[in-house]
Ligand binder design. Structure first.
Ligand code: CIR
Length: 257
């Protein structure tokens, strides 16, 4: 077992105004999004973790994507500095929850002009891959690298060309297994992993999450489901259709530590 805690935030009604690169998918249905969020929480509750459920925050349409305003490691918590203007204030709202688990001297901050969103950070043991994206800049990566070094952890940059966040297209499932789609299939730096290539029509499902030996997979992606099962993981399936409309996946909806 590796993770003992999970933090989630309930979606707000304003989520229908969340940021999206795919308006053609339509606006999310809030009621359905709530039911999917219930299912997400119940899947997590089967993974042997304590769950902190934060209340909806109507001021921030994208605030259910709680992965972005913080990065939590075993040794420290880092409050990020989201590059999306409408999301930046979310960092102030996650601090309270983080303080429940970390003393002030173990809470670090990314400062202007550095920007960073947690969706760009992928943990693989003591090493962290960080995507340089429209949301995470060079200065943010530099600050993150320095913070992690203080705690004996390392960090390397991955330049993103197509996806919003690093974990939109690549996810580490532990046991040296990695799901890769699109630009990550041939990107340098991931050679040492067992990479499982996801077909383009299921690319959204590259964003699965490993939680203590169970992998949660989004509903409706049969190739990914079979791949993950064939690796021997316990599998739980959760529908994330309404979050997909906002470019959000399974990892975005929780902080796991
Ligand atoms: C955004 O554009 O910020 C949200 N609509 C989606 C955030 C997804 N989060 C993630 O990949 N970690």
């Amino acid at each position: 077992k590796k993770f003992s805690h999970v933090i989630v935030r309930r979606p707000c009604r304003a989520m229908v105004e969340g940021i999206t690169s795919a308006p053609e998918l339509g606006k999310p249905d809030y009621e359905l999004a709530m039911r999917e969020h219930d299912d997400y929480i119940s899947a997590l509750s089967r993974c042997d973790v304590d769950i902190t459920i934060l209340p909806a925050d109507e001021r921030y349409p994208d605030s259910c994507f709680v992965e972005d305003p913080a990065l939590i490691t075993k040794a420290c918590a880092i409050i990020t500095n989201p590059g999306a203007k409408t999301r930046n204030g979310e960092k102030n709202e996650i601090i309270g929850a983080v303080r429940e688990f970390f003393p002030a001297d173990k809470i670090e901050y990314i400062h202007d002009p550095g920007t960073l969103e947690g969706g760009d950070v992928m943990m693989a043991g003591d090493h962290f891959y960080v995507g340089r994206s429209a949301r995470t800049n060079e200065e943010g990566i530099k600050q993150l690298t320095e913070i992690l070094a203080k705690y004996g952890m390392t960090c390397s940059e991955v330049k993103l060309e197509e996806v919003l966040h690093l974990k939109t297209g690549v996810n580490y499932l532990e046991d040296n297994n990695m799901l890769v789609s699109g630009e990550f299939v041939n990107k340098e730096g991931f050679e040492k992993y067992n990479k499982y290539e996801i077909p383009e029509n299921e690319a959204y499902a590259a964003n699965c999450i490993w939680v203590n030996g169970t992998v949660i997979v989004p509903e409706g992606y049969p190739t990914v489901l079979e791949t993950v099962k064939s690796l021997g993981y316990k599998v739980l399936v959760v529908d994330t259709s309404e979050y997909r409309k906002l470019d959000g996946g399974l990892s975005c909806l929780s902080l796991r530590f």
